[in-house]
Design a protein around this ligand. Structure first.
Ligand code: HEC
Ligand SMILES: [Cu+2]
Length: 479
């Protein structure tokens, strides 16, 4: 707690320093760091596609934001499961709505059932790491910091814990809106849409629980590109709704981690786009570019009934990787604006492609593997089960996750190492002369998988080339 207070005062120091050297900035009509705050309130947070109520004319306040990190299994597309890491249980994370001058008191909680430490970098923050330096939090802990919203705009937030790309790729991003003085002009409906690219061990549509694939992510070869975390988030019964004559505002973000979005709505023209989520307004736009880690606010009026289709106009992503959403507009025809025949039902310009991808079965279990096969198979298990903590070369993270590379603990204690994987490990241990006192969760792996992953570890990074069999694991499990 003391550490928090120290960091908090450091942060405030930074804010003051920023404002004092920023007084002279030409274009700023007012120095937003001087906007006084009145009272305090608890921020309303919403899951996509919904957004909290507009701030309207309310004065700047001390705004309390409480966000809980949850690691949970979800569905990427029919029959394909994925373990998402989330800010608040959804991908993208909960929408945060503030106004310029607000002092945000941010509480970040990491649920005890989670396996990993996380933090948050909000692009709306002026301060080290956008908050990331003050917010690293282990499972079962919470941490707080505060910041003042100096610049209006629509900002991305994301996790920035190593390996950063992996945390972002698993869904750890969302949007925070900082409204200008007096609020944004009122519209009839507002929605929250955020694109993200996903990398899975199996290709698009391959059934079962799909692990994150680090190599594909590095090569930027996405299997899925989706709006709001999964292929079906905004289609058919999940489509956004609107009525003819209404004005619509979409808060659109792009979490990446890799791909830039060519955001387009088939059947509409954006009357206004807040370019890159900032002050600049462009008008009459067909497609707007949204950088990874960036945003746009798009506004349009819906004039005729039908289904509008939201896409990333890098068009294979839309029809073959999931970057497709819908907005159903109901109401009276206006033949002056559009006289063509409007089809009943759902607009799927390439037919049912998305639904009809081949469904492959999971691989059969191989019995009596050679040690070479076992070591080889262990690599993938390591990547999805152990890498996040022990790191790609088994080097660990100093003082947090012990190394598996040249680990004396590992090489001297075969049984204890098996036990660590089977039952988890806690309490003080010493690895290569360094003390660790943390918790490793037990892993839900079969005997064969435990043998494979340990064989991979033992036969890499300077370890002693032990080879274990599933029978060895079975013996320890029986204890
Ligand atoms: C959520 C993070 C996490 C995951 C995932 C994880 N470990 Fe660990 N591991 C730890 C921590 C923390 C310790 C030290 C525990 C302690 O301090 O008592 C540890 C200790 C160990 C040790 C003994 C110490 C050493 O460095 O030799 C072994 C062996 C080990 N882990 C293997 C694995 C394997 C194999 C996997 C994947 C199947 C795995 N761990 C997954 C966090 C993790
Ligand atoms: Cu994270």
């Amino acid at each position: 707690m003391k550490g928090n207070i120290k960091i908090l005062s450091m942060l405030l120091g930074v804010t003051l320093a920023f404002s004092s050297c920023n007084n002279s900035t030409e274009n700023k009509a007012t120095d937003t760091s001087k906007i006084p705050v009145k009272g305090e309130s608890v921020a309303e947070l919403t899951s996509p596609p919904h957004v909290p109520k507009p701030v309207g004319k309310r004065e700047a306040t001390k705004l309390k934001v409480s966000l809980e990190i949850l690691e949970l299994e979800g569905e990427m597309v029919d029959g394909v499961k994925y373990t998402y890491w989330t800010f608040g249980g959804s991908v993208p994370g909960q929408f945060i709505r503030t106004r310029v001058g607000d002092e945000v008191e941010f509480l970040l909680k990491n649920h005890p059932d989670n396996k990993l430490p996380h933090n948050i970098d909000l692009h709306a923050v002026t301060g080290p790491g956008g908050g990331a330096e003050s917010s690293l939090v282990a499972p079962g802990h919470e941490v707080s910091f505060s910041f003042k919203c100096l610049n209006p705009g629509l900002y991305v937030y994301h996790c920035a814990t190593a390996p950063v790309g992996m945390h972002v790729a698993n869904g750890m991003y969302g949007l925070i809106l900082v409204e200008p003085e007096g609020g944004l002009p009122p519209v009839d409906r507002e929605y929250y849409v955020m694109q993200g690219d996903f990398y899975t061990e199996g290709g698009y549509g391959e059934q079962g629980l799909q692990a994150f694939d680090m190599n594909k992510a590095i090569k930027e070869e996405a299997d899925y590109v989706v709006f709001n975390g999964n292929v079906n988030a905004l289609v058919n019964e999940n489509a956004l709704q609107a009525k003819v004559g209404e004005t619509i505002r979409l808060f659109v973000g792009n979490g990446g981690p890799n791909l830039v979005s060519s955001f387009h709505v088939i059947g509409e023209i954006f009357d206004k786009v807040h370019v890159e989520g900032g002050d600049l307004i462009n008008k009459n736009i067909q497609t707007t570019l949204i950088p990874a880690g960036g945003s746009a606010i798009v506004e349009f009026k819906v004039d005729v009934p039908g289904t509008l289709v939201l896409v990333d106009h890098s068009i294979f992503r839309a029809f073959n990787k999931g970057a497709l959403g819908m907005m159903k507009v109901e109401g009276e025809e206006n033949h002056q604006i559009y006289s063509g025949k409007i089809m009943e039902g759902i607009y799927l310009p390439e037919g049912g492609t998305i639904q009809q991808m081949p469904k492959k079965k999971k691989e059969e279990v191989v019995v009596n593997k050679t040690s070479e096969q076992s070591i080889n198979d262990g690599k993938a298990i390591f990547a999805r089960t152990c890498l996040a903590c022990h790191q790609s070369e088994g080097q660990g993270i100093k003082a947090v996750f012990p190394p598996l590379a040249k680990s004396d603990y590992l090489n001297n204690n075969k049984d204890k190492s098996i036990d660590a994987v089977l039952f988890g490990l806690k309490g003080e241990i010493t690895v290569n002369g360094e003390k660790y006192n943390s918790v490793m969760p037990s892993q839900t792996l079969s005997d064969q998988e435990v043998a494979d992953v340990l064989n991979y570890v033992y036969n890499n990074w300077g370890n002693d080339k032990t080879v274990l069999t599933p029978a060895d694991i079975k013996k320890r499990r029986a204890k």
